[in-house]
Design a protein around this ligand. Structure first.
Ligand code: ADP
Ligand code: MG
Length: 627
């Protein structure tokens, strides 16, 4: 038997195209060949179970071996094998709908996956790293003859009698100069570890050493006898393929360690398992996070039938859940997944909302089962929850019943509980409820104490997401406004319309304003005389809530860059009802008047950490002389 022919594609030569455009991800050739080998073993198993194969199955397995000297990589399986006819059908007639379409499409292809996936070029990816590819195969079928196929990367191929004596297929790559990195043990191990770690049949890996006595075949190429490769590199039964009922907490924790060897234990996990309207299994872990965004994304691994595809799951997993760790396996996502595919695929959107729902359900369940434990974990999960509520309306609707608000006294409230707690005391004169919050309790202590004196509550909003979370709550909650505790003097923050009568006359008020405007040399300070309770501070410096929020957003890159360009404008509230102010206005000595005004103003700055440098020194010197 000897046959020569031309691979039936309509463009002159597909290989230069593959090589050129698949430049970046050469390593995936191994994933493609190993997954073909695994498929072949799964197919023979299935044939046997259907009664269409009655021979012995043996230990189904795949062997990957390399020979640095001979520059070969060999992928061998004991799967169903191919007849010469099948080689012609499956290998020669490349499964794509037409050269014209191919040429048209590859122009826009962003990555190798896109080309390989769209045009069924898995096997041909071998030519990214090999000058010559050889297939030795023996079909499971009764009376099948061993066949050999060889191709040097042109469109010419050759089929001859093969040398396999046992059922299965061996693919031999004669590695080219560009592919030499793939003849390194550690590099191959790295690739196998990345893509093949959880394949369902044992993958053995090793170096091929034994040769025939003469060491060469008739063409002078190295020829090998069977070799011993017995280092199994994969876990064939990862936990996501098992039923949750058969697993213990220790199993989940061990698997987490297997995935992320150096991480702390996760807080909890969710086992995903759907078969309608799409197939999906997986385990998602909630990691311990610090209260910031220093978290590494791209920790979730995407598999298709246990073959690793990617850890860029951006379009499959909702953005806010990218902070989770774990695995997702879906046969509905093709092996050669590409970004454009994911964006267009309807299943992917369904997967997305399924995962969102599962995560919300799990959190609701934890909250219900153990509120105290949930509160203890809030420091770690609060970030996910708030991020989720801000970014997905559907998640907000589920999370609004278990999301927690913490206050400066370290108490936890759900949103409805909090509304109930503050509504009596913190309703202002036009009937809206005012929520107060601090993002820095130490710095805003004076203001928090003023609020506490009136039995007002102050929420703690000091994580990076809280800017957005506050804005979201304000938009979602009816008749509720939210203000940072230092956005104004307390009587103005929650204005109940019960301000005391002004003790200053109109003329005195004018005079106080003049005195302070003269005393304050710091720019962007706007003096206002207000009628506050006599026990409030004489002078308070505040920045308007709206202005500050816009500036915060601009600083975070929230598209409010105009506000970022404005100076920090402050309001200086003078408490016209305070004893000190009466004393200043009645002071005959103008020098002393100015000094006292300066002093009161500096004290206000000092309490907010706004007094620094030369101004601080001047304050200290003035204080000494006043004493
Ligand atoms: P795909 O795997 O998407 O079908 P490939 O280009 O990877 O595309 O493989 C083409 C076909 O060649 C396979 O569908 C299979 O029929 C055949 N094939 C490839 N490798 C093997 C193998 N190791 N054993 C048996 N058949 C194989
Ligand atoms: Mg394939």
């Amino acid at each position: 038997m000897q046959e020569k022919g031309t691979i039936s594609i309509h463009t002159e030569n597909i290989f230069p195209i593959i090589k050129k455009f698949l430049y970046s991800d050469h390593e995936i050739f191994l994933r493609e060949l190993v997954s073909n080998a695994v498929d072949a073993t799964q197919k023979i198993k299935r044939l046997a179970s259907l009664g269409q194969y009655s021979g012995t199955l043996g230990d189904l397995q795949v062997e990957v071996a390399f020979d640095k000297e001979a520059k070969t990589i060999t992928v061998s399986d004991n799967g169903l094998g191919m007849t010469a006819e099948e080689i012609k059908k499956y290998i020669n007639q490349i499964a794509f709908s037409g050269a014209t379409e191919f040429v048209e499409k590859f122009k826009d292809a962003k990555d190798a996956n896109e080309i390989i996936g769209r045009f069924g070029l898995g096997f041909y990816s071998a030519f990214m790293v090999a000058d010559e590819v050889e297939i030795q195969t023996l079909s499971y079928q009764d009376g099948a003859e061993p066949a050999r196929w060889v191709c040097d990367g042109s469109t010419e191929f050759e089929i001859t009698e093969g040398n396999r004596t046992a059922r299965g297929t061996t693919i031999i790559l004669h590695v080219n100069a560009d592919g030499e990195e793939f003849l390194e043990k550690h590099r191959l191990e790295e690739i196998l570890n990345k893509y093949c770690k959880f394949l369902p049949v044992p993958i053995k890996f090793g170096m091929r050493t034994e040769r025939d006595e003469d060491g060469e075949d008739e063409e002078g190429k190295p020829k090998y006898t069977d070799f011993e490769v017995d280092n199994i590199i994969n876990n064939t039964n990862p936990i996501w393929t098992k039923a949750p009922a058969d697993l213990t907490d220790a199993d989940y924790l061990d698997f987490y360690k297997e995935l992320y060897p150096f991480s702390e234990d996760p807080l909890f996990w969710i086992h995903l398992n759907v078969d309608y309207p799409f197939n999906l299994t997986g385990v998602l872990y909630f990691p311990k996070v610090k209260n910031d965004f220093e978290i590494t994304k791209n920790k979730i691994k995407l598999f298709s039938r246990q073959v690793f595809i990617t850890d860029e799951v951006k379009d499959i997993v909702p953005e806010f859940l990218m902070l989770l760790h774990g695995v997702i396996d879906s046969p509905d996502i093709p092996l050669n997944v590409s970004r454009s595919f994911l964006q267009a695929d309807g299943n992917v959107k369904k997967i997305n909302s399924y995962i969102t729902k599962k995560v919300a359900d799990k959190l609701a369940e934890l909250f219900k089962a153990d509120r105290k434990g949930f509160e203890e974990k809030w420091g770690d999960i609060g970030l996910f929850v708030k991020y989720g509520m801000v970014s997905e309306d559907k998640f907000y609707d589920k999370a609004k019943d278990f999301a927690l608000i913490t206050n400066t006294k370290n108490e936890f409230y759900t949103l409805p509980e909090y509304a109930e707690k503050v509504k009596t005391l913190q309703t202002n004169k036009d009937g809206s409820v005012v929520y107060l919050y601090t993002n820095d309790p130490a710095k805003q202590d004076t203001f928090i104490q003023s609020a506490n004196k009136k039995d007002y509550d102050v929420m703690l909003m000091n994580s990076p997401i809280d800017n957005h979370f506050v804005a979201l709550l304000e938009q979602k909650l009816e008749k509720t406004v939210i203000k940072r505790v230092d956005a104004d003097v307390i009587d103005k923050l929650i204005n109940k319309g019960d301000a005391p009568e002004h003790v200053l006359t109109e003329e005195q008020t004018k005079k106080v304003k003049e005195i302070f405007e003269k005393a304050i040399t710091k720019p962007n300070m706007k003096v206002e005389i207000e009628s506050l309770s006599p026990d409030e501070l004489p002078v308070t410096v505040t920045m308007d809530e709206f202005m500050r929020r816009m500036k915060d957003m601009a600083a975070m890159g929230g598209g409010m860059s105009f506000y970022g360009t404005l100076p920090d404008n402050y309001k200086v509230s003078i408490n016209g009802n305070h004893k000190l102010i009466s004393r200043i206005v009645n002071d005959e000595n103008t020098e002393e008047q100015t000094a006292l005004a300066k002093q009161a103003f500096d004290l206000a700055l000092l309490s907010q950490g706004l007094l620094t440098g030369a101004e601080l020194t001047e304050f200290v010197n003035r204080s000494v002389s006043l004493i």
